[in-house]
Design a protein. Structure first.
Length: 169
């Protein structure tokens, strides 16, 4: 029985610099607040949709970079860390994962969720990856600064609408 090869994770030596300006978070201008309370739910839905689209677009750009580096350096997974975009209350939630290759007779690829603090310490990251992760963390921090107030507003709008419906009954 032939031993399978372990998936390639990470590029040890990058020959070129990554153009970070290609990985830009495209946040649209905020939609103006409605004048009436009944327009708040539409406002929250519109903002949520814009923020989710911006997060998914950044992920798509990162996947495009990953694909080009994989092809150029002949590795399956060029980055030791990757982020995924999930939806929480129709708003983007970013989760970072560390990619780990396990060898042996049955090689496998494992991902472990990590916090931003672990990522900022650059555990297991190559030197060329550090500026990329710092840049991505800054971009995603801008997104989070827009998401937090919308998340709070969404919660308050739901509570207010429930209270209004109870009064109308």
């Amino acid at each position: 029985m032939a031993k399978k090869t372990t998936p390639n994770v990470g590029i040890t030596q990058l020959n070129k610099e990554i153009e970070l300006s290609n990985l830009k978070l495209k946040l649209p201008e905020p939609v103006p607040l409605p004048e009436r309370i009944d327009g708040l739910s539409d406002f929250v839905a519109t903002e949520s949709k814009h923020l989710m689209a911006a997060a998914k677009e950044l992920k798509k750009q990162m996947d495009k970079l990953k694909k080009s580096l994989s092809k150029e350096y002949n590795v399956e997974y060029p980055f030791r860390y990757e982020f995924i975009v999930t939806s929480e209350q129709r708003l983007p939630k970013i989760k970072w994962h560390r990619v780990i290759a396990r060898g042996g007779w049955y090689p496998e690829l494992e991902t472990q969720e990590v916090s931003n603090g672990v990522l900022r310490r650059f555990s297991h990251a190559m030197d060329w990856e550090i500026p990329l992760y710092l840049y991505l963390l800054d971009e995603l921090n801008q997104l989070e600064q827009r998401v937090k107030p919308i998340r709070e507003l969404s919660s308050q709008v739901r509570k207010t609408m429930r209270a209004i419906k109870k009064l109308q009954i």
